[in-house]
Design a protein around this ligand. Structure first.
Ligand SMILES: [Zn+2]
Length: 306
């Protein structure tokens, strides 16, 4: 019996090693500079790296370790530039964070899009300022994104404990409801959008929206590691996504924030789901994001030959 268990665990480890050598795309990373970095414990009490350089180094090392060939980074424009300057392996895809409408001048926004200084509009943290994406203030940005075929990454679901009391008084959980994206998808039918956090507490609504709007993708950002509650949502969401035939629109994302180890925890959690086949995990970890991002066949081939 002992021997059988041993063989099984070696087999499982081999599978993991095999999987980890394959390329991975992380659709949900956060970048920082001196102005927005903070040191705090995660939900389990593990403290963030002591400074912004250490945080970058740890994130980049984990990307190398797990062969994360591409990662969407979001943060303020200067923080994104800071990370792009240090991206020796060209792993990053440039996002930009925005909360309330008007935070970025729309003329400037279009200029950055044209110059490829914005490749993805997001993470849009509308909910943190008490907005949902169907507020008219977001329309000029969304129009530009549709015109230039720039993907939109919208935060769905909740936020961390006490968020309304510490820094974001306008945060309202209800604004993170995926159903509130419907008017946006009606108004901008060609928009390439993904729901970050797969709806989180509203994951069944996220699935319903995916049923109605076949262009809509999700990322698993934060769900796979940050809290036992979100890990439970992730499991339920993925089981239903599989049952409904939507796995081909689910993308891996870690949402490591200031805790690089979130990347590792997310990968381990996804790997632990034995209701998903290795092929389905491969789709989530690479094939679905590659399709959503419209990577060229040359780029895809290069990722598999590294
Ligand atoms: Zn995030």
């Amino acid at each position: 019996m002992k021997q059988v268990l041993c063989i099984i665990s070696i087999f499982a480890l081999n599978l993991y090693a095999q999987q980890s050598k394959q390329p991975i795309i992380d659709m949900h990373l956060h970048c920082y500079d001196q102005t927005n970095y903070f040191v705090a414990p995660d939900q389990y009490g593990k403290i963030a790296p002591q400074n912004v350089d250490e945080h970058f180094n740890q994130t980049y090392e984990l990307m190398k370790k797990y062969n994360i060939v591409k990662g969407v980074i979001s943060g303020p424009f200067n923080a994104v530039n800071n990370w792009m300057d240090r991206d020796n392996d060209r792993r990053f895809i440039r996002g930009i964070s925005m909360f309330a409408p008007g935070e970025i001048d729309t003329v400037q926004f279009e200029k950055w899009v044209k110059e490829k200084k914005i490749e993805i509009f997001g993470e849009i943290g509308a909910v943190y300022e008490g907005y949902s994406l169907d507020h008219p203030g977001y329309e000029p940005y969304l129009r530009i994104c549709e015109k230039y075929d720039i993907p939109v990454a919208i935060h769905t679901g909740g936020g961390p404990p006490k968020i309304t009391y510490i820094g974001r008084p306008n945060f309202r959980l209800l604004k993170g409801d995926p159903l509130l994206l419907e008017d946006v998808l009606v108004k901008f039918p060609k928009l390439r959008m993904y729901m970050m956090h797969a709806g989180e507490v509203f994951y069944e609504r996220a699935l319903r929206m995916m049923g109605l709007y076949p262009q809509l993708y999700v990322d698993l950002g934060v769900l796979l590691w940050v809290h036992p509650m979100t890990k439970s949502y992730a499991k339920d969401f993925l089981k239903k996504a599989k049952e409904f035939g939507f796995i081909d629109r689910v993308m891996f994302g870690s949402d490591q924030m200031v805790w690089p180890h979130g990347i590792e925890m997310s990968l381990e959690q996804l790997e632990s789901f034995d209701f998903l086949t290795q092929d389905e995990k491969r789709d989530i970890l690479y094939n679905n994001p590659a399709r959503f991002l419209k990577l060229s066949q040359d780029e895809i081939d290069a990722h598999h030959n590294q």
